[in-house]
Design a protein around this ligand. Structure first.
Ligand SMILES: O=C(O)CCC(=O)C(=O)O
Length: 257
């Protein structure tokens, strides 16, 4: 094991966290291109359960679904998910994911948010954007992951990314005139239900238009360097009974104590 990992976030390890280095071979690609796809991270029964949670929450919340973060026309969105099912622990505490977050950020971090996203037929096209909204200072502060609950294909709105754009110092607005347009260097994060895309979210990315109408449900599990605000402030959004049942690693990752 590379001992540096403990130095990146000593408090996380003091609470009992252990790295999973089984996908180390993918990490050079993540550093260089800005994204990787880890195959078959969720098994069939997990996919089924997470799809059911998506549908049940969307049906229950109706017109309010996604409002804690943002609603988007043509996309079914969910937000504040940690508060809504204990099963999401399987996502935000996934050791492959958290080891990868340490590899990229190399400093203490916390969950930024956990949201749901499903582009509907004819909808889904997002502008290319970075999740880092400030000028790039040469350090990585944000990393995102897309947990595929359905097959992701160019035809149903798979995420598009511009490889290596996470290293560009200029802002996207300076370099891309129309951020909805196709870009000659764009590639699609295609995969199967159960796959996990992890990307340095300084990378320019966005969901694409769902032409086929096939479902393209996903959870976004997003992390931010600890010194910056969360997208969903867990101290405010988590109910007291949910907080009280959390284990020490969860409490640390969610920054609730
Ligand atoms: O799910 C995707 O394809 C990416 C979504 C995204 O980047 C966003 O919602 O900001």
């Amino acid at each position: 094991m590379n001992n540096n990992y403990k130095d990146y976030d000593p408090k996380l390890f003091k609470r009992g966290f252990k790295c999973d280095f089984s996908k180390m071979d993918l990490l050079p690609e993540l550093a260089s291109n800005g994204f990787i796809i880890v195959r078959n991270v969720l098994g069939d029964s997990q996919i089924k359960e997470f799809r059911k949670i998506f549908e049940d929450l969307y049906a229950k919340e109706g017109s309010l679904a996604g409002t804690e973060v943002s609603q988007m026309i043509g996309i079914r969105r969910l937000a504040n998910l940690i508060n809504k099912s204990k099963l999401f622990k399987q996502i935000y505490l996934n050791k492959i994911l958290l080891t990868t977050v340490l590899f990229i950020l190399k400093k203490p971090f916390k969950l930024g948010s956990l949201n749901g996203h499903d582009p509907l037929k004819g909808g889904g096209l997002q502008e290319f954007h970075s999740d880092w909204k400030h000028p790039f200072d040469g350090n990585n502060h944000v990393i995102n992951s897309i947990w595929m609950l359905d097959n992701f294909h160019i035809s149903n709105g798979a995420t598009r990314v511009i490889p290596k754009s996470h290293t560009i110092k200029q802002s996207i607005d300076e370099l891309i005139e129309n951020k909805l347009d196709d870009h000659p260097e764009q590639v699609f994060l295609e995969g199967r239900a159960g796959d996990l895309a992890i990307f340095n979210s300084h990378l320019w990315h966005g969901s694409y238009v769902n032409k086929s109408g096939e479902k393209r449900r996903a959870y976004h599990c997003y992390f931010v360097a600890r010194q910056f605000p969360q997208q969903t402030n867990q101290r405010i959004y988590l109910d007291e009974d949910v907080k009280s049942e959390m284990d020490p690693v969860s409490k640390y990752i969610l920054d609730i104590d």
